[in-house]
Design a protein around this ligand. Structure first.
Ligand code: KG4
Ligand code: ZN
Length: 349
């Protein structure tokens, strides 16, 4: 079935609108980043993010339509991220999507943010064969997800403390690099030797597919404090490179272990941390040695954007999974869960 969807994404600090046809034809994907605004605070300030979304969203939608060459009359549905994320930020997108859907009498599709990160993979490769194993690594999540079919998710492992992106952001702050941490740590790490400073890797109990990054983060902080007390010079590039490779090793090793356990031969990578060059290269190399296929979205579709929302929404549209106009923001929405007003449904096989 053919449908063109206007998708909105405002879950954190990117205001984005996209026009996507049939899940994989991205006619436009406008992303307005608020990085400059939050930089001076060293991280995202939720109230400021909501106000910025409010200021920017109409312009971003106008631009997305203009760039697609289409008008409101060409749309078949409106989609929006309704959780998880910052509640005030989510509300801006949800309210706008509901207004557009109501005004144009179009079906509304509510999309889970983590699901949309996974679906970034289907924008470039709609013919991926199930079952699939997906490593989702973002600022708020680190999940290993088993997908038996479209819309069906089983979390096999997740972080017990910090998400991978959160660890990058905290280490960046400790190293005095600022915000957003991930790309800054990555560029500093390029000048360092990942073997020079040995840092711990938390593999947890045998057979566990969970993750833990708080010990690694503390090890970086302690290393810096000890050096400071002894007035030793620290090679920050070596420290950044050591940290990055410790994160990447655990993420990749556990993903390959999960593939072996489930017998799945195709791995997807998703989320903001999927933009990390070291992680992308390590996964491709180690999975390649085991003859596993790896799918990684282009950089622009790894971090928050509305095209991935339009893609996830397409498959929900095909399954007739529409949201009511009472749709609300759900900041703690879980993967595989729908939480509409008066309707709470879990879709797990
Ligand atoms: O998916 P995302 O854009 O937003 C969330 O849903 O959280 O992910 C943002 C996270 C941040 O923690 C950011 O530091 C991290 O992804 N990130 C990276 C890189 N680019 C973004 N981490 C490591 N290396 C990168 N190149
Ligand atoms: Zn995200």
């Amino acid at each position: 079935m053919s449908v063109t969807i206007l998708a909105l994404e405002t879950s954190c600090d990117e205001t984005s609108a996209a026009v996507v046809a049939d899940g994989s034809k991205i006619l436009s994907n406008i992303i307005s980043s608020q990085v400059d605004v939050h930089q001076k605070f060293g991280g995202v300030v939720p109230e400021v993010a909501s106000r910025k979304h409010l200021e920017l969203l109409n312009y971003v939608v106008e631009q997305a339509l203009a760039e697609s060459g289409l008008g409101f009359g060409d749309l078949g549905a409106v989609a929006v991220t309704y959780g998880p994320g910052l509640v005030g930020a989510l509300l801006v997108g949800v309210s706008a999507a509901k207004a557009i859907a109501y005004g144009l009498d179009l079906p509304l599709v509510g999309v889970n943010h983590i699901e949309s990160h996974i679906y970034a993979n289907f924008t470039v490769n709609p013919d991926l064969n199930f079952p699939l194993l997906c490593l989702v690594v973002s600022g708020g999540h680190t999940d290993l997800v088993y997908m038996e079919r479209h819309g069906c998710f089983r979390v096999m492992g997740k972080t017990r403390d910090d998400a991978a992106g959160e660890a990058f952001d905290k280490v960046a702050r400790t190293l005095g690099l600022g915000y957003p941490g991930g790309p800054l740590v990555e560029s500093l790490a390029k000048e360092g030797n990942p073997e020079a400073i040995k840092l711990p890797r938390a593999y947890l109990e045998k057979g566990s597919l969970d993750f833990s990054f708080s010990g690694l983060k503390s090890a970086v902080i302690n290393y810096l404090h000890r050096a400071e007390q002894k007035h030793d010079e620290v090679n920050r590039a070596d420290l950044a490179a050591g940290f990055q490779s410790a994160v990447s090793d655990v993420l990749v090793d556990k993903t390959i272990e999960a593939a072996a356990e489930t017998g799945i031969s195709t791995i997807l990578l998703a989320g903001g941390v999927a933009a990390n060059g070291r992680l992308r290269a390590d996964l491709l190399e180690k999975a390649g040695k085991k003859s596993l296929k790896v799918n990684i979205p282009p950089l622009i579709l790894c971090t928050d954007n509305a095209a991935m929302v339009g893609c996830a929404a397409y498959y929900k549209f095909l399954r007739d999974e529409f949201a009511p106009l009472t749709l609300n923001a759900v900041p703690d929405l879980k993967l595989g869960e729908e939480r509409y007003e008066g309707n709470f449904r879990r879709i797990i096989f």
